[in-house]
Write a protein that binds this ligand. Structure first.
Ligand SMILES: [Ca+2]
Ligand SMILES: [Ca+2]
Ligand SMILES: [Ca+2]
Length: 441
């Protein structure tokens, strides 16, 4: 069964791994205590029969599969097997495969694993040969295939973190292995199936410090791509960066937004063209043109299956201000030119983007009203307020919003809008357009 490419808008997801450096961490990822069902008791008995009583079961710390025994039809023969991970006397963790026999279970295969805990367990199809088991050990990742009552190690590698995604969009999964090289730089490689073998691409050096969003998507030419949005630390804070990884005929490549979106070479000297992004905080070279201040990420904003990349637009009037909020454009590249398919602003703390006409970029100033974390649009020329947006948790007190209209809601919040522009104004947005103007992030 092939994985379906997800083409719906805004399907980026944040991954949460504990104890990692690559991805932003989620402190809620806790191990579940073992609670044995009747079936698990039988498995426990089968395991005790072959290895004695002095073992301790290991639970994957993260991911969906975090119970003591994992049930899966490993060889796709219609019968579920069970996997158990355990260690004896604090030695390396071992894997045991059990199969059902009558009412009980018997152990059919036993394999050495690696030292330490197990972080995640996944099943995926990396080619047409069927399912593989992917285990992220503490410092390694390993890929196994089960068949003929044997568990074969197809591939193993040192690994700080990993992710599983269909990078090239062919319906089969690849494994992205994150690590660092001898020089201390972050590197990744793409483990994929090629010519009947599981192989790794060459290492790619990457810039990220903390990845906060990954998105399987497609580039303009239909090529599948893995969009990584991350923060990097700079001398005076944090900026955000997109790196795009592809797997093209077995070779992994990395792109930046600057490879798809035109920019002015003069940009770092003196911003002349205000329709172009101006983020200057140091000598970042070409790739640095699209470092941004706003924590937004790549997504398919218009649902056409092609992923857009966010860039910031700064109007001239905004220069010299200390707390700037930028217009954001989601850019799509057609192979020759790039164009904005979405234009608006973000309040990343409140978790939304709001679309406004591109004509506003030159005429409107955006601020975040720090007292209420409201996004405020105002006329640069007159200073008059045009529109403000306030996000409030649904279970918070709602009384204050008399002058506001409910613009949209999601599971947890109401998004209220207070519009001050008259209907004939170029800064008027009709209330019936509020809801579709939001993208929740
Ligand atoms: Ca089976
Ligand atoms: Ca693939
Ligand atoms: Ca799109």
């Amino acid at each position: 069964m092939k994985k379906t490419f997800f083409a719906l808008a805004i399907t980026a997801f944040c991954m949460a791994f504990s104890g990692c450096t690559v991805f932003e961490t989620d402190t809620e990822a806790l191990m579940k205590p073992p609670v044995f069902t009747e079936e698990q008791e039988k498995l426990n008995a089968a395991l005790t029969e072959v290895i004695g009583e002095s073992y301790s079961l290991k639970y994957p710390a993260n991911g969906d599969m975090n119970s003591a025994f994992i049930f899966e039809d490993l060889d796709d023969d219609g019968e579920e097997e069970a996997l158990a991970f355990y260690s004896l006397f604090d030695e390396s963790t071992r894997i045991n495969v059990l199969k059902k026999e009558g009412e009980g279970w018997v152990s059919v295969y036993e394999a050495a694993g690696f030292y330490g805990d197990i972080e995640t367990i996944d099943f995926a199809e990396m080619d047409s040969r069927g399912k593989v088991l992917i285990v992220k050990w503490e410092q390694e990742a390993a890929i196994y295939r089960y068949g003929g009552e044997r568990l074969i190690t197809l591939y193993r590698t040192a690994c700080d973190e990993m992710d599983i995604a269909d990078i090239n969009g062919d319906g089969y999964s690849e494994v992205i292995v994150f690590g660092s090289n001898l020089a201390g730089r972050n590197v990744l490689n793409v483990v994929h199936s090629s010519g009947g073998k599981i192989v790794a691409s060459d290492d790619i050096t990457t810039e990220y410090t903390n990845i906060f969003s990954v998105n399987e998507g497609r580039l303009h030419n239909g090529l599948g791509a893995y969009f990584m949005d991350s923060s990097i630390s700079v001398y005076d804070g944090v900026v955000y960066l997109t790196e795009i990884i592809t797997l093209e005929e077995g070779t992994a490549n990395k792109y930046y937004i600057a490879d798809f979106v035109e920019y002015s070479d003069e940009i770092e000297e003196e911003p002349q063209d205000s329709s172009v992004i101006v983020i200057v905080g140091g000598d970042y070279g070409k790739r640095g043109i699209f470092l941004r201040n706003t924590k937004v990420y790549c997504m398919d904003t218009n649902g056409d299956g092609v992923t857009e990349m966010p860039v910031e637009v700064r109007n001239d009037s905004a220069q010299g201000k200390t707390e700037e909020v930028f217009f954001i454009q989601y850019m799509q590249y057609d192979g020759e030119v790039s164009s904005a398919v979405w234009n608006g602003a973000a309040n990343t703390e409140a978790g939304y983007l709001f679309a406004v006409p591109e004509s506003w970029n030159e005429k409107v100033d955006i601020t975040i009203d720090s007292s209420g974390n409201e996004l405020v649009f105002s006329n640069i020329e007159t200073g008059e307020e045009i529109l403000r947006i306030f996000a409030v948790l649904k279970n918070d007190y709602q009384d204050k919003y008399e002058d506001y209209t409910l613009g949209a809601e999601d599971e947890t919040k109401y998004y209220y809008i207070k519009a001050s522009a008259a209907p004939e104004s170029e800064f008027y947005i009709a209330p019936e357009d509020y809801e579709k103007s939001f993208i929740f992030i």
